[in-house]
Design a protein around this ligand. Sequence first.
Ligand code: DX5
Ligand code: ZN
Length: 218
Amino acid sequence: MAKLSPSLLSADFGRLAEQIKEVETGGADLIHLDVMDGHFVPNISLGIPVIKSLRKVTKLPFDVHLMIEKPERYIEDFVNAGADIITVHQEVSPHLHRTIQNIKSYDVKAGIAINPSTPLENIKYVLNDIDMVLVMTVNPGFGGQSLIKEMKHKIIELKRMIKDKGLNVEIEVDGGVKLENVREVIDWGADVIVAGSAIFKAEDVIKQTKKFKDLINR
Ligand code: DX5
Ligand code: ZN
């Protein structure tokens, strides 16, 4: 069964604790936290102290998506802030293998994120070292964009690669996932669904989370 990881990027930042409780009540499996540095991506979001404060609000695993340059400098800080999964982008990690080993040395899960234009070839030789691949289905930086259709082929191909190698690696799909396309995305091979605007811009966040869960469990 696929898991749901609501992205706080589209939440009301003045009521983050409350919004986490809402998605938790609705059945969220993880909490997706988008960290942006204004360099790797054009936007700036939240960081280490915010994650640390939110750690007290819920027991749900924190799925931390680092959209920052030199992520290797901050791994320990994010572990101490309460991250359960740390995902770094392949595009900013020339020593990806070393960074993955560093993440795993803290006993947290390691993920690699790839932008829409990044080929699967770039992660092929580290696939057996990681727990998750985050496939960006929009260009990272902002919520509320539309899923890039071509990513369907990437997800299907990645699923096949993982299966052929007999690995236990999850595929997380991030960007443009809505109630209307979530089933399709799961059929392509998604194991973890990220949804930001589709959940937090809804009138009733609890109900909307439940609707996602119902569709995912179908
Ligand atoms: C975008 C972030 C996403 C974002 C997704 O760079 O990585 O997690 O919140 O937002 P939606 O679901 O609105 O496309
Ligand atoms: Zn994200």
